[in-house]
Design a protein. Structure first.
Length: 642
């Protein structure tokens, strides 16, 4: 098949798929009770206002404290305790509730804290320097528990390796290529050191391994997580202190030993061998930037620079001696290398973790599901990730349970989901999707996710998997009052108004920018495996700040104290997220006709096709002809809908 025919074939199949999807979704029969269309009403405005006014900030505070006061890592005893507590809570509210256990591969640090999961080197006085085993206690809270997990990267390889350090910027393929091409760096036998950010940490590990590095050290660069002009470091501010360490998993695919099927006792007993799970083999360890300053500092005070690096390579570390992280830019560069030893001991073991679900049955379209989810596990306390979202989920469930007792019921079924083991690789949501894929793919209306409810106090940020549901999100934001009372005085009366101010759409400044969802949270299996329309929301900091994410992400400092002292003392922003989230839930579960926008979906498809052509304009001479065919197809969809 020549290229012209090939691209015509692709365009034709894209159109067929889109038309088939729309027909299948809208023509799949539903189970209806005997109710005439005239007797069915859309979401009642008074009911919505009363429901939004029922949000209780004191109850939100209690929910957050209840789930974030103790470490609750997946696969631990506290994980089980929290699952049982939530199950009991939902049963007492009158829900049909269920706990679903999964036997999955989880990862934990192992060995003596003084001897493993550390970096060390011999100083010139023959004494040994060793990285910290735990974050320094700065607030009287962060290290109180014996169950604080030491800094590690889940599913890292284990090993004891010694070699010279090579700083690889963000650890991207382009960074390794740059070093090889410009400085002729040979990575064999070297330990790579990379900043967190730009790409997923697991991709950094795979890239380092592919370039034959013997190990990888990750750190949160102060340039990104503690820029001096952006405020103060914790405990006086929200920026990363020199002792903070970001934990995190190197995998995002659900249970690694049961790909494609759920890891339940009722499922297939067959599991892959760990060797078949395509795990990273090199040791990987996160450290603080305080330790990185010592580790990457040369022994010499001065050196003659031979090359300069671009600003993208800056890290913000402060040195008394030369910056040995860039040893290759000096003359006599080999004189500035440092031999270090990286020791990592990480186990991979099958443990049980628990999803918890609550069902509010619909009164008319019982077999159409609005799925609402948040994960429950955390690396340590997780007051922001995920417990701010957990508190919001429980608040919505409490409000709708009260409405149910007062005689209301949704037209479509609402399913509340508390996911297990998200931090180790989106495990609970992935296993559930695999277990019930046939039912979910046929019956789910949408999946509405809030991983984190509040990580800043400037603006909402919303993401969707498809333009089909964008209007549902935008209309919900318009219905909710701005939690920032000062901003209201400047005319930003609603969540929508502040969102539009801080994040205007690049193509249409009259509306806010909606981020495209891809991977990184529990919406991933719904989108990637089943194509379920999905939404994710959270309140965030001013997006003009040069920080990639909230700075204390996955550290021991992510405590209730952090939330209540420095983020949202009165829970106004948690309240706003609950209201936006619940408005979407009610709109999707109560509207007689689903409030989807197929015009926006078709327009989005056209824009995406244009973006593909722009990116690939030098790859095919047939692009203009193919573009015409696809544009005609999407135009026909618009006409058919009209």
């Amino acid at each position: 098949m020549d290229r012209k025919s090939y691209f015509k074939f692709i365009a034709f199949n894209m159109c067929i798929f889109l038309i088939a999807f729309l027909l299948a979704f809208y023509l799949t029969p539903s189970v209806y009770h005997r109710t005439t269309l005239q007797s069915i009403k859309d979401l009642d405005d008074t009911f919505l206002k009363n429901t939004l006014n029922a949000v209780d900030r004191d109850r939100l505070r209690n929910f957050l404290r209840s789930y974030a006061s103790k470490p609750h890592m997946a696969g631990t005893q506290k994980d089980k305790v929290n699952a049982e507590k939530l199950y009991k809570f939902w049963k007492e509210l009158g829900y049909e509730a269920k706990i679903i256990p999964y036997r999955v591969l989880l990862s934990f640090p192992s060995g003596n804290r003084e001897e493993t999961n550390l970096v060390r080197f011999k100083k010139r006085n023959n004494s040994w320097w060793t990285s910290r085993a735990l974050e320094k206690q700065l607030d009287g809270i962060s290290n109180q528990s014996d169950h604080i997990v030491r800094p590690f990267n889940a599913f890292s390889g284990s090993g004891n390796v010694t070699g010279t350090l090579v700083y690889v910027n963000y650890g991207r393929e382009m960074d390794f290529l740059y070093l090889r091409n410009k400085f002729k760096v040979d990575f064999r036998g070297k330990i790579a050191v990379a900043k967190y950010g730009k790409i997923f940490r697991g991709d950094k590990a795979k890239t380092a391994e592919r370039w034959n590095a013997s190990g990888l050290i990750l750190f949160t660069a102060p340039k990104d997580y503690a820029p001096k002009f952006a405020g103060k470091v914790y405990p006086d501010g929200i920026l990363m202190p020199s002792d903070g360490v970001q934990r995190g998993s190197l995998k995002l695919e659900g249970d690694l030993l049961t790909p494609g099927w759920s890891a339940t006792d009722e499922s297939f007993n067959y599991r892959l061998n760990i060797d078949e799970a395509q795990l990273v083999k090199i040791p990987v360890l996160p450290i603080s930037y305080g330790d990185a300053e010592i580790l990457l500092q040369g022994f010499e005070k001065e050196a003659v620079q031979k090359y300069n690096l671009t600003s993208d390579w800056e890290h913000g570390l402060e040195f008394e001696n030369i910056d040995a992280s860039a040893y290759y830019r000096y003359e006599k560069s080999n004189d500035y290398t440092k031999q270090v030893t990286l020791i990592v001991n990480v186990t991979k073991e099958i443990r049980t973790t628990y999803n918890v679900h609550a069902i509010l049955e619909g009164s008319i379209e019982t077999d159409r599901y609005v799925i609402v989810g948040n994960h429950r596990d955390a690396w340590i306390y997780g007051a922001i990730d995920p417990s701010s979202g957990t508190a919001a989920l429980l608040e919505i469930s409490a409000i709708l349970a009260k409405a149910k007792k007062d005689g209301w019921s949704p037209k479509r079924t609402i399913i509340f989901c508390s996911w297990a083991a998200e931090e180790q690789g989106l495990i609970g949501s992935t296993e559930w999707v695999e277990q019930f894929s046939n039912i979910i793919s046929a019956r789910a209306v949408a999946y509405l996710n809030t991983d984190i409810a509040v990580l800043g106090t400037s603006t909402l940020r919303g993401g969707t998997s498809s333009g089909l549901i964008s209007n549902v999100l935008l209309e919900a934001a318009k219905r909710v009052e701005n939690p920032n009372k000062t901003a209201i005085g400047y005319g930003l009366k609603t969540v929508y108004d502040s969102w539009k101010k801080y994040m205007p759409d690049r193509d249409n400044a009259k509306r806010p920018y909606i981020s495209p969802l891809g991977s990184g949270s529990d919406y991933q299996p719904f989108i990637n495996y089943l194509g379920i329309t999905s939404v994710d929301i959270f309140y965030m900091y001013d997006p003009s700040l040069p920080i990639p994410f909230y700075p204390l992400y996955h550290t021991a400092y992510e405590t209730v104290d952090l939330v209540e002292r420095l983020y949202d003392p009165e829970y106004y922003y948690h309240e706003a997220v609950v209201r936006v989230w619940m408005t979407m839930v009610l709109n999707l579960s109560e509207s007689t006709i689903l409030p989807f926008d197929p015009f926006e979906f078709a327009n989005q498809l056209s824009r995406n096709v244009e973006n593909v052509y722009t990116a690939a304009k030098n790859l095919s001479r047939d692009k203009l002809e193919m573009n015409s065919e696809v544009v005609n197809a999407t135009s026909n969809i618009n006409m058919d809908i009209a």
